[in-house]
Design a protein around this ligand. Structure first.
Ligand code: COA
Length: 260
C-alpha cells in the first residue's frame, strides 16, 4: 500500500499509519483525506491487520488541522461537501471494526484533534498540544469537533475549548479525559505499540463486539444499549474464543485466541 501523503507500515498485525506532510505540520489537505479514505478501506479489508496506530510525521505535529489553504477557497456548498466527506472518512475509521489508537506526538489542532477523537483511544507525548482553533478563523469545526468533543469530555469542557479556542497541553488533556495516558515523547510509539499488543492479546471477537457495543450504545437509550450488550454477551457464548478464554483461566495458562 503506497500513498502520496501517508506512510503505512504493517508489522505483526499492527498497522502504523503516519500522516506525512511534516513541512506543513501534517495539515489535512484534500489529498490526505483521500489517502486516509483509501487506507482505512484497505486496512479494514486486510485480514493481516488487527489494529491501527495513527500518528504524524516529524517531531512537532500529529496534525495541525485542516489545510487552511484549501479552506480559504471554499464556498457554502463545497464547504459543506468538504465537511461531509471528511466526516465520512473519520466515521469509517471509527467503525472499521479494529481497534484504532492515536499516538499524538505534537500539535493536534482543529481537524487534527478531530482525527484523534475519531480514534478509539488517544495517548499523548509530553509535547502534545490540543485545541479547536476554528472560531479564531471565523469557521466552525467540520470534522466532528462539535459532536465528538462533548461526548468525550462533556458539554461544558467542550464548549470552553470550542468557544475560547484555548490550546491545552498533554497534562490538561489527560485531566479532562481527552487522552488516557501521557508518556515521554521519545517513548510514545513504543507505548502505543505496547498498548495495542495488550489489546490484541485479548479475545478478538470480544474486542470487536465491545467496540461496536460502546459505539452504537452511545447513540441509544440506556435500555436499548443494555439490550445490545446482552445480545453481544450471548453471541460471544457461541465462540471458540470464549471456551478457550474460560478454559485457559481454569487451567491457569495463557489463552490462545483464534478470533473464532
Ligand atoms: N494548514 C495549512 N498549513 C499549515 C497549517 C494548517 N492548518 N498548520 C501549519 N501549516 C504550515 C504553515 O503555514 C507553515 O508553512 P510554511 O513553512 O510554508 O509557511 C508550516 O506549516 C509550519 O508552520 P508554522 O506556523 O511556521 O509553525 P509554528 O511552529 O510557528 O506554529 C502552529 C505552529 C500549529 C501554532 C501554527 O502552524 C498554526 O497555528 N497552525 C494552524 C492551526 C489551526 O488553526 N488549525 C485549524 C485549522 S481549521
Amino acid at each position: 500500500m503506497t500513498y502520496q501523503t501517508l506512510l503505512v507500515d504493517v508489522k505483526d498485525g499492527v498497522a502504523t499509519v503516519t500522516v506525512n506532510r511534516p513541512d506543513k505540520l501534517n495539515a489535512l489537505n484534500d489529498q490526505v483525506v483521500a489517502d486516509l479514505r483509501a487506507a482505512v478501506a484497505a486496512l479494514k479489508a486486510d485480514p493481516a491487520v488487527k489494529g491501527v496506530i495513527l500518528t504524524g510525521a516529524g517531531p512537532k505535529a500529529f496534525v495541525a488541522g485542516a489545510d487552511i489553504g484549501d479552506l480559504a477557497t471554499q464556498g457554502v456548498l463545497d464547504g459543506r461537501e468538504r465537511a461531509l466527506s471528511g466526516q465520512a472518512v473519520l466515521n469509517a475509521l471509527e467503525t472499521m471494526g479494529k481497534p484504532v489508537l492515536a499516538a499524538v506526538n505534537g500539535f493536534a489542532l482543529g481537524g487534527g484533534c478531530e482525527l484523534a477523537m475519531a480514534c478509539h483511544i488517544r495517548i499523548a507525548g509530553e509535547n502534545a498540544k490540543f485545541g479547536q482553533p476554528e472560531v479564531t478563523l471565523g469557521i466552525t469545526p467540520g470534522y466532528g469537533g462539535t459532536q465528538r468533543l462533548p461526548r468525550i469530555v462533556g458539554k461544558g469542557r467542550a464548549l470552553h475549548l470550542l468557544l475560547s479556542a484555548e490550546r491545552i497541553d498533554a497534562q490538561e488533556a489527560l485531566r479532562i479525559g481527552l487522552v488516557t495516558k501521557v508518556v515521554p515523547a521519545d517513548q510514545l510509539m513504543a507505548e502505543a505499540e505496547k498498548l495495542m499488543r495488550t489489546i490484541l492479546a485479548n479475545g478478538p471477537v470480544a474486542v470487536a463486539l465491545t467496540l461496536e457495543a460502546v459505539h452504537q450504545g452511545l447513540e441509544m437509550t440506556l435500555a436499548e444499549g443494555l439490550r445490545l450488550e446482552a445480545n453481544a454477551f450471548g453471541l460471544v457464548a457461541s465462540t471458540q474464543d470464549m471456551k478457550e478464554g474460560l478454559t485457559a483461566f481454569l487451567e491457569k495458562r495463557a489463552a490462545r485466541f483464534e478470533g473464532k
